[in-house]
Ligand binder design. Structure first.
Ligand code: AMP
Length: 109
């Protein structure tokens, strides 16, 4: 069995994190090096390497995470104003090879 990714270790509680949401398909942590007042990472439980490694049956979890974004944005004070980012591959700026969606923004007050 291959070694766990950083985010799998976080999911399993082996590495501490500030986890703000968790369900059977995905979990959400605060980025350790935030680039915005709110900077969350939405991560599938399944250790999909990147967008370039998606399989046909991953559409449900990807849709689930996309729909979760707006709820997280509201819960964290961003309302309808936020930035999302998915880095893919080394030359795409990806550093952690377990797919994740960055959710960033500034709360209104
Ligand atoms: P990326 O460059 O898209 O792969 O983003 C990886 C992100 O993971 C970066 O924004 C890091 O700050 C963040 N990160 C790395 N280690 C941790 C950690 N232990 N807990 C939370 N976020 C992390």
């Amino acid at each position: 069995m291959s070694e766990k990714t950083l985010f799998q270790k976080i999911h399993d509680g082996e590495i501490p994190s500030d986890m703000v949401y968790k369900d059977e398909h995905c979990f959400v942590i605060k980025d350790i090096n935030p680039r915005a007042p709110v900077h969350l990472l939405v991560i599938p439980v399944k250790p999909i390497i990147s967008l370039a490694h998606l399989e046909d049956d991953d559409h449900a979890v990807m849709g689930h995470m996309m729909l979760l974004l707006r709820k997280l944005a509201v819960e964290h004070g961003l309302g309808e104003h936020f930035k999302t980012q998915i880095n893919t591959g080394e030359r795409g700026g990806q550093e952690v090879f377990h797919l994740h969606i960055h959710l960033m923004g500034t709360p209104v007050n």
